[in-house]
Design a protein around this ligand. Structure first.
Ligand code: COA
Ligand code: ZN
Length: 307
């Protein structure tokens, strides 16, 4: 089992999509630049969705072309339909994420399609991205619970994941959209997915810290062999269609845990804190993440770092 973990940054997309303050395209570009400087290599940059659905990301076309490009850096973008795919192609994308969920109630509110309809809509998008050689991720949101229908069985999350894999995604990401999951559920879902034939290398988790369980869930994922976790620098965001879903797991909190636990990931905590302060200031909010407030900790001196 490798000790290398991929930190998949979702701050610019999942973080900013649900903030009341809209950032300028230039502020978003600067945020991404700081994330790259911190060593993040997979940064979900924006969404090519209907601007009426997510006004905060309506500048996706201009933003994507403005981002600093270099080999080894991937900027996946959310795409819900062929219209979004055409926009992503025109803007020079090279990686996409499609997004569905475990329940029709959730997808109907979020993307105005049932789960089956969403998979049908993604088929041509994923096929086209495959032709272009793009990296493809599929989200299974509400993997542990739905704000409209309640508890979700792991069998259901795996069933949707398998259908995304049939459509060609390289990776499935199970999202705890409303932050209700606990470690035993993560263990159960990982085991179920692996039993169904999904390799751990193709599974990612996306936790929200809504109820303070995100890092505990990461630990459960690590124990199950998962090596890709989503996080948002500054702990911003949530999903606008998931009432109460405030706060992605903060990248700075994840980096601290991984560093102190001996996992390699290539991300510099002090530089993540610079990016976290930048985005908090741009949003006009205090930085309230745990490590954002306390800083990291240098075992050689006993002193906090990056505060
Ligand atoms: N990019 C830009 N505009 C788009 C678009 C896209 N990918 N897809 C649809 N539109 C436009 C249509 O042109 C239409 O515009 P008009 O009213 O000016 O003619 C409008 O959006 C509605 O289009 P329609 O095809 O009827 O879509 P819909 O209303 O059924 O909505 C989605 C479906 C998926 C496009 C929309 O719900 C959406 O973008 N949701 C994204 C939600 C999201 O990102 N959630 C966060 C992730 S948790
Ligand atoms: Zn999220």
């Amino acid at each position: 089992m490798t000790d290398r973990v991929r930190i998949y940054e979702v701050g610019p997309r999942d973080g900013l999509q649900n903030e009341a303050t809209l950032l300028s395209t230039e502020a978003k570009r600067r945020f991404v630049e700081l994330l790259v400087a911190a060593g993040l290599r997979e940064i979900e940059a924006t969404s090519f969705v209907a601007p009426s659905a997510i006004p905060a990301l309506a500048d996706a076309d201009e933003l994507l072309v403005a981002l600093p490009r270099s080999p080894g850096i991937r900027y996946p973008v959310l795409v819900p339909n062929v219209r979004g795919m055409a926009r992503a192609e025109a803007a020079g994308a090279d990686a996409i994420a499609v997004f569905t969920a475990t329940t029709d109630a959730f997808t109907t509110k979020n993307i105005r399609m049932t789960v089956d309809e969403s998979l049908a809509a993604f088929a041509p998008v994923l096929a086209r991205a495959g032709e272009l050689g793009w990296w493809r991720r599929g989200y299974v949101s509400t993997a542990f619970g739905c704000p409209y229908t309640g508890a979700v069985a792991p069998e259901r999350a795996v069933e949707v994941a398998l259908r995304l894999i049939e459509l060609g995604v390289d990776e499935v990401c199970f999202g705890d959209t409303i932050g209700v999951g606990v470690p035993a559920q993560v263990e159960a879902l990982t085991a179920r997915a692996v039993d169904a034939g999904i390799a751990v290398e193709r599974i990612a988790y996306h936790f929200h810290d809504t109820r303070g369980t995100a890092l505990a869930n990461v630990v459960a994922g690590l124990a199950g062999g998962i090596r890709c976790f989503d996080a948002a620098t500054g702990g911003t965001g949530g999903c606008p269609y998931a009432p109460g879903a405030a706060g992605n797991l903060a990248t700075e909190d994840l980096v601290y845990l991984l560093d102190a636990s001996g996992f390699e990931h290539g991300v510099d905590l002090e530089k993540v804190l610079v990016a976290a302060r930048f985005v908090a200031e741009a949003l006009g909010k205090p930085l309230v993440t745990k490590v954002g407030q306390a800083g990291g900790w240098d075992p050689a001196t006993g002193q906090p770092v990056g505060r």
